[in-house]
Design a protein around this ligand. Structure first.
Ligand code: ATP
Ligand code: MG
Length: 426
C-alpha cells in the first residue's frame, strides 16, 4: 500500500462534526457585520511578499520568522501566503481607489498562514474574521469597533471576556519613548534574555511584551509610553474612554499592551480570556493611520480588529455554548429499489416546500433492511420518517412516522398531499 498522506502539521481539516459550528459562527458574524453596516471584501490568499514586509515591518515576528514565502516558479516573483489580512485589504482599497467617495467599513473572513509552533489555539493555518474602518479619524469609530466585538460576545453568550486598551501615540512620541526605553533597558542589560538583547535596538517596544518571568519586574518599571503622549494623542485616548464609559463597556488600561505589527498607532485593544491557557487573546486590533500611505495610497486614517475563529470556537465549547449539530427534518425510507423513482419525486416535493430531506440511497448490496434503514433514520437526527412501503404506494400514498416523540403509530399521506402535509406541520 502507498504511504498514507496526511495534512501539513498545524493545518487542520474541518470535518462535518465541526463544520456546522463554523457555519453557525460565520452566520452570526455576517449578521453582526450587517447590523453595523460593514461590507464584505475578499482578497487573494497569496500576495506579493513586499506587501507584508512594507506593511507589517521588517522586524516583526511575522515577517522575521512566520511567513510562508516562496518564489513563483515561472517568473521568480516573491510571494507569500497571507499571515494576516489588513495589509491585503489596504492594498485592495488603494488599488481600487475605494476611498475616492468617502470612508469605508469593510470586513473579511478566511484562512491565514503563520509558521508558528502548533499548540492549542495556535495553528499554522488558522482563520480570522476582521473588521476595518478606513478613512475615519476620530475615536468614535474606534469605539464602534469595540462595541461590535462586545456585541458579538453577548450575542454568542460568551462570558469572562475582558477588554484591555492602550494608546501607542504617534510615531514621534513613540520615538522619544523608545530612546528612553533603550536607555533604561541598556542600563539593565544583565537582566535581558537573548531575544530581548537582539531586539534592544530594532524593536524595543516588543520587549515589553515578553513572556519571560525573569524579566517581568524589569518591564513593569520600564518608562511608560503613556507618559510620552502629547495633547492630541491623549485627547484621542480620553475620547475613546469617554465613549466606552458612556456605553457601560468596561475595560482595563494595560500600559504594556503593544501589538505585533509595526503599523499601529493611537488606540490598541485586545479582548482576552483566562479560559484558553496562554493563547488567551481572542480578538485584537487598533488604529493604523500610517498604513494606507505606506502601501502607496493617499494618507488616510484607519482602524480595525481581527478575531481568531478557532479560539472563539474553543471558548464557546468550553462554556457549552455551541449549537447542536444540524439534522434533516425528514428521512425517506426506501424499502425496495423499485421505489427509487417515486422516492426522488417525494424528496423533491418536500424540499420544494422547505423541508430538509435525507433520502436513503442504496448500495451495491441493495437497499438494506427496513431495520437498518430505520437505524440510519434515527442516527440522522431527522424528526420524521417518510416510508415508501409497497402497500401504501400501491394505494397512492406513503407512511409518515414521528421519530422523536412517544412511540406511536404511523399515518398515511397521499402522494399528492405531501407538500400540504409538511406545510401544515410548520
Ligand atoms: P499571539 O500573541 O497570540 O501570537 P498575535 O498578536 O500574533 O497573537 P494577531 O496578529 O493580532 O495575533 O491576530 C489576531 C487574532 O488572531 C489573535 O488574537 C488570535 O485570536 C488569532 N491568531 C493569531 N495567530 C494565531 C494562530 N497561529 N493560530 C490561531 N489563532 C491565531
Ligand atoms: Mg503571533
Amino acid at each position: 500500500m502507498a504511504d498514507k498522506l496526511t495534512a501539513v502539521k498545524g493545518m487542520n481539516d474541518i470535518l462535518p462534526a465541526e463544520s456546522g459550528q463554523w457555519e453557525w459562527l460565520e452566520a452570526q458574524l455576517r449578521d453582526l457585520m450587517a447590523s453595523y453596516a460593514y461590507r464584505n471584501v475578499r482578497t487573494p490568499i497569496v500576495e506579493p511578499t513586499g506587501l507584508f514586509v512594507r506593511g507589517l515591518g521588517e522586524v516583526t515576528d511575522i515577517v522575521e520568522k512566520e511567513m510562508y514565502s516562496f518564489e513563483d516558479r515561472l517568473n521568480g516573483e516573491a510571494l507569500t501566503l497571507r499571515p494576516e489580512a489588513t495589509a491585503g485589504v489596504v492594498r485592495a482599497v488603494v488599488e481600487h481607489n475605494l476611498l475616492y467617495d468617502g470612508p469605508r467599513r469593510l470586513y473579511y473572513m478566511g484562512p491565514m498562514f503563520r509558521h508558528e509552533r502548533p499548540q492549542r489555539g495556535r495553528y499554522r493555518q488558522f482563520h480570522q474574521v476582521g473588521a476595518e474602518a478606513l478613512g475615519f479619524a476620530g475615536p468614535d469609530v474606534d469605539a464602534e469597533l469595540i462595541f461590535m466585538a462586545a456585541d458579538l460576545w453577548s450575542r454568542l453568550g460568551l462570558k469572562h471576556v475582558a477588554l484591555e486598551i492602550n494608546s501607542l501615540g504617534q510615531p514621534a512620541e513613540r520615538l522619544a519613548h523608545r530612546e528612553a526605553l533603550i536607555a533604561y533597558l541598556s542600563a539593565n542589560e544583565s537582566v535581558l534574555d537573548a531575544e530581548a538583547k537582539r531586539r534592544l535596538h530594532t524593536n524595543p517596544l516588543r520587549i515589553l511584551d515578553t513572556k519571560n518571568p525573569e524579566m517581568q519586574a524589569l518591564v513593569n518599571d520600564a518608562p511608560k509610553l503613556m507618559d510620552y503622549l502629547g495633547e492630541s494623542s491623549l485627547a484621542h485616548f480620553d475620547g475613546l474612554r469617554a465613549l466606552l464609559d458612556a456605553a457601560d463597556v468596561s475595560y482595563r488600561i494595560n500600559p504594556r499592551l503593544v501589538r505585533g505589527m509595526d503599523y499601529y498607532n493611537l488606540s490598541v485593544f485586545e479582548f482576552v480570556t483566562e479560559e484558553l491557557g496562554s493563547q488567551g487573546t481572542i480578538c485584537a486590533g487598533g488604529r493604523y493611520d500610517g498604513l494606507i500611505q505606506q502601501i502607496g495610497g493617499k494618507p488616510a486614517p484607519a482602524v480595525g480588529w481581527a478575531l481568531g475563529v478557532e479560539r472563539i470556537l474553543e471558548l464557546l465549547k468550553s462554556q457549552d455554548l455551541l449549537p447542536a449539530a444540524a439534522a434533516p427534518d425528514v428521512f425517506v425510507v426506501v424499502p425496495t429499489a423499485q421505489a427509487a423513482q417515486t422516492a426522488a419525486v417525494v424528496c423533491r416535493a418536500l424540499r420544494a416546500v422547505g423541508a430538509k430531506v435525507q433520502m436513503h440511497a442504496g448500495t451495491a448490496d441493495g437497499q438494506g433492511s427496513m431495520k437498518s434503514q430505520f437505524k440510519r433514520a434515527d442516527g440522522s437526527g431527522a424528526t420524521w420518517a417518510v416510508i415508501l412501503g409497497e402497500d401504501e404506494l400501491a394505494a397512492g400514498g406513503v407512511a409518515v412516522k414521528h421519530l422523536r416523540g412517544e412511540p406511536g403509530g404511523q399515518a398515511t399521506v397521499a402522494l399528492t398531499q405531501l407538500g400540504a402535509w409538511w406545510q401544515a406541520l410548520q
